[in-house]
Design a protein around this ligand. Structure first.
Ligand code: MG
Ligand code: MG
Length: 269
């Protein structure tokens, strides 16, 4: 799940410190993220024409609970499901439904969160349903590239908005836009912790990264204007111009050496 810029920044104002997690906490975070990874990889097998997003949601919830974890999104600010399932132009926070049936050529973002022993995992993938057209393929590949290049900068010596600037540069360089109102976020003993990590920004600005910082990086790209609105269901976010969108997310920890992807192992090709 992604942070909402206005609400989250208001909540974070009094607690702007970025947590530094110790080795024990990192292992807890890795464990909850690995539940998310297993869940996404399980759902991937069922991303095909004819599957309803409600069926995917049920499978996700059963899998998470079978690992002794909790679905972190369910009940979060009133969200009714285990996964966010957002099809084609839907950007984030789509509510699973038996009426939403996958079709050949669709793209669908599954965003999934799990909590285990008080620590959170959060990751998202945009999947192709069967064969997709070239434009959708480029959108997916570019969004992945934004995420991977941003992860490369999750190192001591970089600053927070180096990550944001990297995502924006790659997205815009390929002819896409980045969403403004929804952001990546710190993650740990809460699903959304400081800092907000916008998908746009100025390199060289923001707090210096330190070992132990854990971020959910989540580039959200739009093949059109970046202005978005929320559907009547109160959750589903989509661009006003209904253009296509994609969203990939990993939970990553800064170390003294290489960045460690706590949600590593997601199959997303
Ligand atoms: Mg998420
Ligand atoms: Mg998130």
């Amino acid at each position: 799940m992604s942070g909402l810029l206005d609400e989250v920044s208001t909540r974070f104002r009094s607690t702007t410190a970025i947590h530094l997690r110790n080795a024990w906490e990192i292992e807890k975070l890795r464990a909850s993220n690995q539940v998310v990874v297993e869940t996404l990889n399980l759902l991937r097998e069922h991303i095909k024409p004819g599957t309803s997003t409600l069926r995917l949601d049920k499978m996700a919830e059963d899998n998470i609970r079978s690992k002794g974890a909790l679905p972190a999104f369910k009940g979060y600010r009133g969200f009714p499901a285990t996964i966010c399932a957002s099809i084609n132009h839907q950007l984030v926070h789509g509510i699973p439904s038996k009426k939403k049936i996958l079709k050949e050529g669709d793209i669908i973002t599954i965003d999934c969160g799990a909590e285990m022993e008080g620590y959170f995992g959060d990751a998202a993938v945009t999947y192709a349903v069967g064969e997709i057209d070239q434009r959708r393929r480029l959108l997916l590949e570019t969004t992945k590239q934004c995420l991977l290049e941003a992860i490369e900068k999750m190192r001591v010596g970089f600053r927070l908005y180096d990550l944001s600037a990297t995502i924006q540069e790659i997205a815009e360089g390929a002819g896409f836009n980045v969403v403004r109102e929804y952001t990546g976020h710190g993650i740990g003993a809460k699903m959304h912790e400081p800092p907000l990590i916008p998908n746009y920004g100025t390199a060289g600005m923001g707090p210096r990264l330190k070992a132990g910082m854990v971020f959910a990086l989540e580039p959200m790209l739009i093949d059109g204007d970046f202005r978005v609105e929320v559907a009547d269901d109160g959750w589903t976010v989509y661009p006003k111009d209904k253009s296509l969108t994609a969203h990939f997310e990993h939970t990553v920890v800064v170390t003294e050496g290489e960045p460690q992807v706590l949600s590593e192992g997601i199959i997303w090709d």
